[in-house]
Write a protein that binds this ligand. Structure first.
Ligand code: MTE
Ligand code: HPA
Ligand code: MOS
Length: 747
């Protein structure tokens, strides 16, 4: 890291720039009877206070369902909901004034529902329930030789992007508005700002050079800040910057959904699941946001890598008086898959088998189909897991761990190897499209613009590589510029791990068109067939001679050849019925597996990851260094979710008490195991993806399931591996200690 990348807060501020801070609801639920802002307006440095009444257009930023007010006016639905925006001459002043929010509001309190289980009991949902079924689950369970019934709880997770939410709105001529926005979804921001300002989309320009991380938290929830900054900038006709303080970011925005599960399965002597019923209840928060597609992805990942012949799944998005939960790396996939992993792990213990054997007995065979009707015809999980089992020395280490535990009364080791299968594509069909614009300048240098956004995942590098490859020029000849709604229109969020799949293909399409025009020009100037012209290493081979790419470009310019092109891509073959939850929502699957070994201190509940072996399928890697970085980052991030990141809402007031790094613990470099062995699996995408690569952004977040189940394994050693440790996620030290006590008592 050279510290050279500029983020929005690094942009030189325009003269007259004002700063914004938000006044938040101090209650989880209530009716706003009166708002008295005159005293605040009179404070020094305050230029204005913007409320819902100042929004010229629609007071809503909901991305799918229109249930998300930009600024609350009547009903307050969670503690932290923005009610007004203080506009002041400095950020510090704005924040100090906004902190007085509580004194300005006259509120009639209403009963608040904080926990998703309580909302479920009351039948309070943000969306209708979803059902995904195949076969006769009830009958299959009833007829199975063995049964297992239980419940399981998994916590949510804060995205903790290092760069918080920020928007900088700059009024332009003719009622135009430029918004610099840290967002994964510039086009959606453009439309929502246009609606809020009551102008046409063409009057709003949204630009995002890069984000300091998004992780799903800027897929939809960058919107209120873009809208508020733009409304204030319009009202005052001055540039307005809104950069959230970290505590406010925690209190205002949503995160990964907590999930609660109730399940019953029937299985045979080998541990094969014959029938499964599961109810999943997510904590959606006060509004729908992306909870629907998140639940859909959870339901579509309950199978993980396993063939479930008869299955009945029910998803409920519980409405609570908390922040509206949203996308986070994996987008419900991790929450769906960990439920079956927990079940399979328990089955192994009940049968006294090694969990890996039970997992393997359940793997999809070739050509079997998922509960939602998509054939799993690119399955490599058998080969991949066999390779990792051998390379991680799984069996020998299992024996060594048993021997260690037999002689170690306090420290206990545990091991687990878990598989991943993750579906790639947006589960909303029309999002699976992308556009790009490639300019070849007459000096041979190349500028690329595409609809994707850079958030540290290396998308711009990959797209530049694709373009450089297509035109046979060095990587250094290609530059990717900021994402800008004025360059590529109607883009999708950079999400669902599809950034390079979609934008790589679109940029390739644009570059290919230019190359074909250049080839035709070369053939007309130098003879030979256009189809025989080759572009490589900055040279062009035409009719037996070689000339520099730059020379051909200059010649083509003089011949009046169009040296720029747009490109477009739409993922083929997708279908999805939103009513029946059947079809082919995914273009392909990405696979992976990880083996993790932990050591647990049974006196304190502290633990340490000793070694992790990862084998992950990225198809034919576009960039192995980036891909390994993504796998490592996702592994540690997923480990944080399952073991240390704990969100605590006050059960009565609804205050998110863990609203800063002081109380919310994310993993650090010290939590990386000393021995982390990440390898990419030799594979090519069976589908015609960009250079046969596979998406890498989200799937590896599921790899650290192995850490969670290794902890469970270590704890279960205290009961001779006969007692199922009652362990929910996150497996914090306290939770581990409780599970240890329960296993000891039962054994
Ligand atoms: N990597 C970094 N460094 N920062 C991020 O914010 N977001 C993740 C993943 N990897 C993220 C990241 C998420 S949630 C997604 S969906 C993908 O990157 C999005 O980018 P891609 O589709 O280009 O892989
Ligand atoms: N992932 C991320 N964002 C989305 C998805 C998805 O699968 N579907 C709709 N928005
Ligand atoms: Mo990623 S959760 O799809 O932004």
């Amino acid at each position: 890291m050279a510290g050279e990348a500029a983020y929005i807060d690094d942009l030189p501020e325009l003269a007259g720039t004002l700063h914004c801070a938000l006044g938040l609801s101090p209650v989880a639920h209530g009716t706003l009877k009166a708002l008295a802002l005159d005293a605040l307006r009179a404070l020094p440095g305050v230029v204005d206070i913007v409320t819902a009444a100042d929004i010229p257009g629609v007071n809503d930023w909901g991305s799918i369902v229109k249930d998300d007010p930009i600024l609350a006016d009547k009903e307050l639905n969670y503690l932290g909901q923005p009610v007004f925006a203080v506009i002041a001459t400095t950020r510090e002043l704005a924040r100090r004034v906004a902190a007085k929010a509580k004194d300005t509001m006259q509120i009639e309190p209403l009963p608040a529902v904080i926990a998703h289980r309580e909302a479920h009991q009351k039948g309070q949902y943000v969306l209708p329930p979803m059902h995904l079924q195949r076969g006769q689950a009830r009958a299959a369970i009833d007829n199975a030789p063995h049964k297992l019934k239980g419940s399981f709880d998994v916590g949510g997770q804060e995205q903790f992007y290092l760069e918080g939410q920020i928007s900088y709105a700059v009024p332009k001529e003719d009622g135009g508005m430029l918004v610099h926005c840290s967002t994964q979804h510039p086009s959606e921001m453009q439309h929502l700002v246009a609606h809020a300002l009551h102008v046409q989309a063409h009057q709003v320009q949204v630009e995002c050079r890069r984000m300091g991380g998004g992780f799903g938290g800027k897929e939809s929830q960058s919107a209120p800040f873009a809208c508020i900054a733009a409304v204030a900038a319009r009202k005052l006709n001055r540039p307005v910057k809104l950069r959230l303080d970290r505590d406010d970011d925690f209190l205002i925005t949503g995160r990964r959904h907590c999930f609660w599960y109730e399940y019953e399965v029937g299985y045979d002597d080998e541990g094969r699941v014959l029938g499964a019923e599961i109810t999943m209840v997510s904590r959606a928060g006060h509004s729908a946001d992306l909870s629907g597609p998140v639940m859909t992805r959870a339901l579509c990942h309950f199978d993980n890598a396993y063939w479930l012949p008869d299955v009945s799944m029910h998803g409920f998005c519980a409405k609570t008086n908390t922040q509206s939960n949203t996308a986070f790396r994996g987008f419900g996939g991790p929450q769906g898959a960990i439920a079956i992993e927990n079940i399979v792990d328990s089955i192994a213990r009940a049968l006294g088998c090694d969990p890996l054997d039970v997992r393997r007995a359940n793997f999809y065979g070739q050509g079997q189909s998922t509960p939602y009707g998509q054939a799993v015809d690119d399955n490599v999980i058998h080969e991949l897991v066999a390779e990792l089992e051998a390379s991680s020395d799984y069996r020998a280490r299992r024996d060594a761990i048993a021997a260690f535990n037999a002689t170690s009364p306090v420290l206990k080791r545990g091991l687990a190897l878990t598989p991943v299968k993750f579906g790639i594509s947006f589960n909303v069909k029309h999002f699976n499209q992308a556009g790009a614009l490639v300019h070849v300048y007459s000096d041979g240098s190349i500028l690329v613009n595409h609809g994707g956004t850079e958030m540290g995942q290396g998308l711009n590098t990959k797209v530049a590589q694709v373009v450089a490859h297509e035109l046979g020029v060095p990587f250094e000849s290609v530059r990717v510029t900021a994402t800008d709604t004025q360059k590529v229109a109607n883009t999708s969020a950079t999400a669902a791990s599809t950034g390079s799949d979609l934008n790589g293909k679109a940029a390739q399409d644009a570059a290919r068109q230019i190359r074909e025009r250049l080839a035709a020009c070369a053939a007309s100037l130098h003879g030979g067939e256009a189809s025989q012209v080759r572009f490589a290493a900055g040279q062009v081979e035409v009719n037996g001679r070689s000339l520099p790419f730059t020379e051909l470009v200059t010649a083509a310019y003089h011949e009046r050849v169009q040296l720029w092109s747009d490109g477009f891509y739409a993922t083929p073959g997708l279908s999805w019925n939103r009513e029946t939850l059947q079809g082919r929502p995914f273009y392909y699957f990405a696979y992976g597996a990880a083996a993790s070994e932990v050591i647990v201190d049974t006196l304190t509940g502290e633990w340490k990851l000793l070694r992790a072996d990862v084998l992950h399928d990225v198809g034919r890697s576009l960039n192995p260094a980036i891909d390994i970085g993504q796998v490592e980052g996702a592994f540690i991030q997923g480990m944080g979710w399952l073991t240390m990141e704990e969100l605590v809402w006050h059960p009565k007031t609804g205050l998110l008490t863990t609203h800063a790094p002081s109380t919310y613990k994310i993993p650090t470099a010290n939590d990386c195991p000393a021995d982390l062995r990440v390898r990419l699996y030799e594979n090519a995408n069976a589908e015609d993806s960009i250079h046969r690569s596979k998406a890498v952004g989200e799937p590896p977040l599921l790899l650290p399931f192995s850490v969670f189940f290794a902890i469970r394994d270590a704890v279960s050693s205290l009961g001779g591996h006969r007692v199922d440790p009652p362990l929910d996620a996150p497996a914090t030290g306290e939770a581990i200690l409780r599970a240890i006590g329960a296993v000891r008592e039962a054994a």
